[in-house]
Design a protein around this ligand. Sequence first.
Ligand code: NAD
Ligand code: WQD
Length: 340
Amino acid sequence: MSMKILVTGGAGYIGSHTCLQLLRAGHDVVVVDNLVNAQEEAMRRVQTLAGREFAFYPFDVCDDNMLDKVFSEHSFDGVIHFAGLKAVGESVSIPLRYYSNNLVSTMTLCRVMDRHNVKRLIFSSSATVYQPGSPMPVNEEAALGCTNPYGWTKFMGEQILRDIAAADPEWSIVLLRYFNPIGADASGMIGEDPSGIPNNLMPYITQTALGRLAQLSVFGDDYDTPDGTGVRDYIHVVDLAQGHMDALNYAARNTGSVAINLGTGVGYSVLDIVHAFEKVNGVKVPYQIAPRRPGDVAAVYADPRRAKELLGWQAEKGLEDMCRDSWRWQSMNPKGYAAE
Ligand code: NAD
Ligand code: WQD
């Protein structure tokens, strides 16, 4: 059955891929994104790829009046809430901006949803809510706790949403805890476009392979992991997008709130990623070993069984797909969405 979905933060990296997947599956989307970390060009490309137009509203989700108007104009079957600030280091320097943006947007959205009797919500949470030092693979029952303001905004966002679902049995809320999303749509037309020097591994690698950055610093080679470098659960953004569609279907059949990991269950080290990237794409990624990055842990990877059980979802794409698709996007768009 075709659904009409409000996607907040839909112009961003994961949001744009999810919009495309929803449109390709025959659903309708409406996007609200204030473009604080995205380009409108991403929305144009999604429309081109899908061969279909949709409404795009460039405003802040914290704006109750504007959001209310959008809910008056459209009748939504559900909401996916991607909008948020996500840079861990920046959240340490400007915590108030992170708490205000990420929490006020979530609370405003819920208030407006409640007013319009739309009570189905998929929330972008993160593996970062798990207490550092949790045994791996980590499942959804593990203890929660964070080390930076960004992480706490997700921790608190989850708690607010659990309380809303507990107070009103008509709500259906899925808290999706993503591991490390990489990759891009196979068209190479949309992808991750960080502003400035990337913080995350894959965009750093693709920009190094381009020659835009001189070399990758591998943060630590003395961790207790097979090759000493940090291990993470990298997940293809297209698999992640599919997880959101499956979560919407789950939310249509169930009420209450539930947290679900979206990861592959497989951990790769930094050097695994570098070597796979070089091999699959036939390009060099110069690197040097550097000191550990403060706040990093040795290994993080998911127990993905609940997603399989409840959503019927599991990751389909492997490391080679992720490396190939990330590079296709970057090499076709050396400056991201910016015009040449
Ligand atoms: P992104 O920055 O590309 O997308 C977020 C989008 O939200 C951006 O387009 C930005 O302009 C928009 N936005 C931010 N605040 C807004 C506001 N107040 N009103 C309207 N729009 C606003 O990030 P992403 O990687 O696509 O992540 C999407 C969501 O998933 C975020 O909530 C992020 O915290 C979460 N998440 C991301 C990762 C990751 O590694 N990429 C991992 C776990 C969780
Ligand atoms: C991956 C691995 C680094 C850059 C972050 C957030 C997390 C979530 C996903 C939102 C680590 C190593 C990295 C580099 C390197 N986001 N690395 N050189 O830290 O696992 O997770 O993004 O919710 O909350 O913390 O991802 O891509 O930064 O790092 O060696 O230049 O690559 O040490 O082992 P991370 P990442």
